[in-house]
Design a protein around this ligand. Structure first.
Ligand SMILES: [Fe+2]
Length: 390
């Protein structure tokens, strides 16, 4: 247990420090809030015991800062104060203090309050460990299910993994999606087609127009089957309802429930859009340049308009990424300042001369020309197309 004592009066500070060391705690001290704040930002503390009235930054201001900051663990705060009216105590607690001790300090009371704080800190640490354990198990369960889909059908597994990734990207672009929703939407993307497990394998590769009546019924049942599978685990229930809704459409013509746009959960709309996009790219084999046309046809009909616009943004980024990957092969003599190398340059014996992604300067080009003169590197090298002017 690491405790920080903040007190401007040297005698009181040493007295409290010695008492805590006697009780077996690891103790550090600061003379005011400013010094304490610097220490809190350079080492982890479990508890801060601070005087209220101090020069520079007082105890209330320090506690407010601690509560507004994003420390990885909860810090238990005890305010030491000579102000002991009801109003003073309320102000102290409102600033974020967990407890208070009034001056003059009774050392037995001080010891008891610190020990209560230490117990609460330990309980909080245990609860956090438990929470992290459950969280880890949650993600392991989702990945186990994703692996299961992949074992059943490799292509379907690949589709689900890509939809998980794209759903997360789309969710991050949407202003109405909170930070807490991100793992849920990613998991829903990864598992959206889990209800396909068990369908005849020939059915997966068929278009809906090629299915006979029975096959079509089976296919249409997969969102509900997915919901039933996931509902078995309490933690996965928020995902189950999204999986059920991943084939609902903006225009109300989706399945299984034919929900209106206003009834479809936002996260399900995101998963749906991610899945449609992935099918256009991988099943429809539509090139990235032609995807905006396909999306435009679905915008406001099958897909939510805002989410479709976000898909367009992501698609544009992909196009730019692909363009960045394209490169020319140029003679060393034709290199110009500003071009970026698309591959490492090594001597013929393999020694490293210049790494890929170096933006060439005139000095760099001279160095390469000199290397070429002594025949230690070849005549040609690769540069990214986008970095070549004119
Ligand atoms: Fe589906």
């Amino acid at each position: 247990m690491h405790i920080l004592i903040v007190e401007d009066d040297a005698i009181t500070r040493h007295l409290l420090e010695n008492k805590l060391v006697q009780l077996g705690y690891t103790v550090d001290s600061a003379q005011n809030g400013t010094e304490a704040w610097a220490k809190l930002n350079s080492a982890p503390f479990d508890m801060v015991i601070s005087d209220w009235s101090m020069p520079e930054m007082d105890g209330l201001e320090l506690f407010k800062r601690i509560r507004n900051a994003d420390f990885k663990r909860y810090i238990y705060l005890i305010l030491v104060t000579a102000h002991n009216t009801k109003g003073d105590i309320v102000s102290g607690l409102v600033s974020g203090a967990d407890d208070y001790i009034t001056k003059p300090i009774n050392m037995e009371e001080f010891r008891a309050r610190v020990e209560i704080g230490a117990k609460i800190v330990q309980l909080e640490r245990k609860a956090t460990d438990r929470y992290n354990y459950i969280k880890k198990n949650y993600f392991q369960t989702i990945h186990m299910f994703t692996n299961l889909i992949e074992v059943f059908d490799e292509e379907l597994g690949g589709h689900c993994r890509r939809v998980g990734e794209l759903s997360l990207k789309l969710a991050k672009l949407h202003p109405d999606v909170s930070e807490n929703d991100l793992p849920i939407v990613e998991a829903a993307g990864l598992l959206h087609d889990i209800g396909m497990i068990g369908l005849p394998s020939g059915l997966l590769s068929k278009k809906r127009t090629e299915m006979n009546g029975d096959e079509r019924q089976l296919y249409l049942s997969h969102p509900v089957s997915g919901e039933i599978i996931l509902n078995e685990i309490d933690l996965l229930r928020p995902i189950a309802k999204l999986v059920r809704a991943h084939h609902e459409q903006y225009n109300g013509r989706g399945f299984p429930d034919g929900l209106d746009n206003s009834e479809i959960p936002l996260l399900a709309k995101i998963v749906s859009a991610a899945s449609v996009y992935d099918n256009i790219v991988h099943k429809g084999k539509v090139s990235l340049e032609n995807i905006p046309d396909s999306l435009q046809r679905l915008r406001g009909y099958q897909l939510d308009p805002d989410i479709t616009d976000h898909l367009m943004e992501i698609n544009l980024e992909k196009i730019q990424e692909e363009e960045r990957k394209e490169f020319f092969e140029l003679e060393i003599d034709d290199l110009q300042e500003g071009m970026m190398l698309a591959g490492n340059i090594r001597t013929k014996t393999g020694a490293f001369v210049m790494p890929a992604n170096t933006q060439l300067t005139n000095n760099g080009i001279e160095k390469l020309k000199n290397c070429r003169k002594i025949a230690s590197i070849g005549n040609k090298t690769f540069v990214y197309k986008w970095s070549v002017r004119g």
